[in-house]
Design a protein around this ligand. Structure first.
Ligand SMILES: [Zn+2]
Length: 159
C-alpha cells in the first residue's frame, strides 16, 4: 500500500511532489516542494514540536544512572553473510529514543473555503496509518521508529 501512496509523489531524487496541480493532495496540503510561487494557497498542515510527556520524563530521568540521558546509544555492525564475520568499517553507533517513550504534539489542519475538508482529513489519517505500519525515520527494518499516534483530547476544532 505504501508503494501506491508513494507513486508519483516522490521523484527519482527522493524529493516530495512539486507538480503544483490543484487536485494533488501532497502539494495542496504540504505545498509544492521548492516551488515558492504557486496558486494553491498556504500550507494546510502544521506539525507542532513534540514534547516528552511528564510521565516519560520521570521514567527516563530515573535511568541516568544507567548511562542514559533521555536517549539510548545502540551500537551495530554489519556481518558478512557468507563468512559470518564483521565487515571492516561497518561499526556504527546510533542515538535513539528509548522504546515506550511518549510525546505530546499537535497537528493543525487549516481548512480554507473551497477545500475538500473531508478529503484532506482522510488523506492525513491514511498517512498516519501508513506511518504506523512502517516506521518513522530510517532503519525501520531493524526495529527503529515504531510509533503509535493516539488522539488525546481535542481531535478536531472547528472555527
Ligand atoms: Zn503535487
Amino acid at each position: 500500500m505504501l508503494g501506491a501512496y508513494k507513486h508519483g509523489k516522490v521523484d527519482s531524487e527522493g524529493e516530495p511532489c512539486k507538480c503544483m496541480k490543484p487536485d494533488c493532495m501532497v502539494c495542496r496540503i504540504f505545498d509544492p516542494h521548492k516551488q515558492p510561487k504557486h496558486n494553491l494557497g498556504p500550507t494546510r498542515i502544521l506539525f507542532r514540536d513534540a514534547r516528552l510527556t511528564d510521565d516519560s520524563k520521570r521514567v527516563l530521568a530515573g535511568k541516568t544512572s544507567e548511562g542514559m540521558n533521555y536517549a539510548e546509544i545502540k551500537t551495530e555492525n554489519i556481518i558478512n553473510r557468507a563468512t559470518g564475520v564483521a565487515t571492516s568499517g561497518g561499526l556504527r553507533t546510533q542515538e535513539r529514543v528509548p522504546a515506550g517513550s511518549e510525546f505530546e504534539f499537535n497537528i493543525v489542519l487549516r481548512i480554507f473555503e473551497g477545500d475538500d475538508e473531508e478529503g484532506i482529513e482522510q488523506f492525513i489519517e491514511e498517512g498516519i496509518k501508513l506511518l504506523q505500519n512502517e516506521s518513522l525515520g530510517s532503519s525501520g527494518s531493524r526495529g527503529y521508529g515504531e510509533i503509535k499516534i493516539s488522539p488525546n483530547g481535542e481531535y478536531r476544532v472547528s472555527a
